[in-house]
Design a protein around this ligand. Structure first.
Ligand SMILES: C[C@H](O)[C@H](O)[C@H]1CNc2nc(N)[nH]c(=O)c2N1
Ligand SMILES: N[C@@H](Cc1ccccc1)C(=O)O
Ligand SMILES: [Fe+2]
Length: 295
């Protein structure tokens, strides 16, 4: 994996850091404070205790293989030895949210962007932008699963294509990412389990997504998901459930171009709606659902 070449040094509050062409930086591991490491340990321990009963086995296996609980914020260079050998993926440190095409370009090249900074102690339960804990603990363990690793690279390539087609196609694809990679549930013989990074990195939403009567839980259907709006500022009003990872990979293998065409003519579905054709695992009570703009 050739690391993107350095193009400039950028003045930040940590002094000059090398910024690469694709928006990546070096992980400033020596700069992390004692509090930063304690925040990681607190969040890790909370999720490690909760998730054996809530997360899918593939995710739990990934957490163990990386040894994310060995104490303090992990060094990306250490993780990349395990990750590179397993599936050829590489964690790269970034400042935060990247433009869509830069983000997809990373995925298309088996690079997963992880914010170098971690949330503050008073942000344990909510923050507005993905931090190191969300990106690393939430997304990276499943990249050790070869089939999921292939899916994520294919997603990146699909993102470059959707970006070239136009903003509506990109929105359809971003909804797919949202309801699977970020907030997806999966069926197991022990009941519904979590694989979405946005859920497993949040104690509150881990419990809510499985136990609460409020949200809908509906069987995954590609076009249904691509046409369903979502909210970024609350727990989800609907969770989509896959039977297994193969279902997700098979559904996303075909060329999406005709689907983008079909969806361009149909109006989007609101986040909390249940449709006649839905495979309803649970029809939510909708208690606590605020109204408001959806994506
Ligand atoms: C897929 C969709 O565009 C999504 O919002 C992207 C945008 N840019 C990003 N940038 C970073 N660093 N991390 C992310 O998860 C995302 N998500
Ligand atoms: N098959 C999709 C790309 C894609 C792959 C995997 C996940 C999501 C999207 C396309 O042709 O655009
Ligand atoms: Fe994420």
């Amino acid at each position: 994996m050739d690391t993107p070449r350095r193009v400039e040094h950028q003045q930040t509050d940590r002094g000059y850091v090398p910024v690469y062409a694709t928006g990546t930086v070096e992980q400033p591991w020596e700069s992390y404070s004692k509090t930063d490491h304690e925040v990681w340990d607190t969040l890790y321990k909370r999720q490690r205790e909760l998730l054996p009963a809530y997360a899918c086995q593939e995710f739990l296996d990934g957490v163990e293989r990386f040894g994310l609980g060995d104490g303090g914020i992990p060094r990306f260079s250490e993780l990349n030895k395990v990750l590179g050998d397993a599936t050829g993926w590489e964690v790269v440190a970034v400042e935060g949210l990247l433009p869509d095409e830069v983000f997809f370009d990373h995925l298309a090249n088996r690079r997963f962007p992880v914010s170098w900074w971690i949330r503050k102690p008073d942000q344990l339960d909510y923050l507005s932008e993905p931090d190191l804990f969300h990106d690393l603990f939430g997304h990276v363990p499943l990249l050790l699963n070869p089939v999921f690793a292939d899916y994520m690279q294919a997603y990146g390539k699909g993102g470059m294509k959707a970006h070239a087609i136009g903003p509506e196609a990109l929105m359809n694809l971003t909804r797919l990412y949202w309801y699977t990679v970020e907030f997806g549930l999966i069926r197991t013989d022990k009941g519904l389990r979590i694989y979405g990074a946005g859920i497993v990195s949040s104690k509150g939403e881990s419990i809510y997504s499985i136990d609460s009567p409020a949200p809908n839980r509906i069987g995954f259907d590609l076009e249904r998901v691509m046409n369903t709006r979502y909210r970024i500022d609350t727990f989800q009003q609907t969770y989509f459930v896959i039977d297994d990872f193969a279902q997700l990979f098979d559904a996303t293998r075909p060329d999406f171009t005709p689907i983008y065409g079909t969806l361009a003519d149909s109006s989007a579905v609101a986040a909390g709606e249940v449709l006649p054709g839905d495979h309803v695992f649970h029809r939510g009570t909708r208690e606590g659902f605020a109204s408001g703009a959806d994506n």
